[in-house]
Design a protein around this ligand. Structure first.
Ligand SMILES: [Zn+2]
Length: 101
């Protein structure tokens, strides 16, 4: 007897409820902002709590850059606008939840 999802009634391996939840509850906004001295920072907005902290650490490691996070906003040193989205996809965020502006 396979595990069934109590919400959609499908076997767990076919169930996409978790993914749908993520898409419904979360929009991640990625954009570039000007920092001091003609430098840029890349902003990732929309994550909270543990996920914010974990994602900030993972992005800093992956992109080999400095960065900070607070109140739902990750600020990465430098212009990483092209790579942040693919890193977020690798980390498991659905493509439809990520807006690169
Ligand atoms: Zn389900």
């Amino acid at each position: 007897m396979p595990d069934m999802c109590p919400r959609c009634g499908l076997p767990k391996e076919l169930c996409v409820c978790d993914i749908l939840d993520r898409e419904a509850t979360k929009r991640i906004k990625v954009y570039k902002a000007k920092a001091k001295f003609r430098k840029y920072v890349t902003i990732v907005e929309g994550l909270t709590g543990d996920e914010l902290e974990r994602t900030a650490k993972q992005l800093k490691t992956k992109l080999a850059c400095g960065g900070t996070y607070k109140k739902g906003v990750i600020e990465l040193q430098g212009d990483h606008i092209d790579s942040v989205k693919s890193e977020l996809l690798i980390l498991g965020f659905p493509e439809s939840s990520i807006d690169v502006i």
